[in-house]
Design a protein around this ligand. Sequence first.
Ligand code: PMT
Length: 401
Amino acid sequence: MAATLSEMSPAEAESVYFNEYPPPKNLPNHEALARAFIDLHVEANRRVVLVTSGGTTVPLEAQTVRFIDNFSAGTRGATSAEYFLEQGYAVIFLHRQYSLLPYSRHYSHSTNCFLDFMDEAPSTSDQGRIVVRDEYQKEMRDVLRKYRYAKQNNLLLLLPFTTVAEYMFELRSLAKLMRPLGANALFYLAAAVSDFFIPRSRMAEHKIQSMEVPAHLDKGSKAAGQDDIYTGENEDQPQSQRKKLVINLDPVPKFLHRLVDGWAPDGSMVVSFKLETDPGLLVYKSRTALQRYSHHLVIGNLLSTRKWEVVFITPDAPYERWIRVPKSRRSKSISGVEDQVGLAEAQKLNGSVLAPDAEADPVAAEHGTSRDGVEIETLIIPELVKMHTKMVEKKAQRDQQ
Ligand code: PMT
């Protein structure tokens, strides 16, 4: 029996996975843009961060009508990209198409409709100019100036993807293209990448039918050689006997180690995220990921508290460090369960709930304050930049010896 991807060596799994899919149509164009962008910043000796952002889709059909998706709106990635730019980095923003983008995110979310920021200027005709409302002038001017600065100075490259396979191709290519940057390269993997997919060889070509189609008309609405994986519904049978859609997903190969020991530049820094919903698992799972993939930092976050607290898990002391938005600076308008802040740390210490909402290690937050309070990324990014600086300095020392 043929080995599954998870039974193969990482290099074998890589070759099998990437041979199974045609590369995304946009890849050559994205590679050309990225090459020019990277060359420019290598020349300027500027640091470059690859920020991944948003969710990935898992198509159920090759000519895709239906797909599986996840919750990520790309807030973490888009917000972080802005703070990296503020810290002098150039940013390659590899994002799920139509998820939030740096700068425009302030006005594109459904709860922040851009039309609410505008008005018609008083006028005697009905052709009055459209203007930004007075109360938003200052904030919008700041955002606009930063956006234009990034654009005019070629500091931000936006590259979209949609499916998990596209994400994989883009990540591998970009990591290899970033090699000339050496230690000046930083990977910040905030995307929520699907863990499961349907291999191309088992995917239905056409739209999966919800009712039986005569065999001579069915051009491939069932997964190859697997009549039992999908069967349409028989209307004239009782509910209990009707056929069901059963989806059989394989694990997506974890190429996270390949990033460090195969694709990424020598001496570059790799930061990945770990998302959990169970507070009791967060630190354990983040540490396990750090050990398994040899990244330099894993940032753990809980779905319910991710906008107020994260934990930095590192291979060296202090090993675990909580970063929290001080209580008084938290936005009241963002979604989440504020009562659960501090729970993951308390549960890890005692196996029981002790002191939720501890203010442990608050980092001063003087800027990055928006209409919505302090954004946690304004605390995360400067800390991370300090760690990257240390790595760059160490590498320079090693190179001199
Ligand atoms: O977008 P938001 O709504 O703001 O939400 C932000 C977030 C919660 C999605 C983000 O903060 C986060 O935690 N992202 C990682 C989610 C996760 O747990 O991913 P994972 O355990 O499946 O993967 C671990 C890490 O490897 C992640 O950094 C992921 O981006 C990366 N990964 C995973 C699989 C894969 N095939 N390739 C990857 O690069």
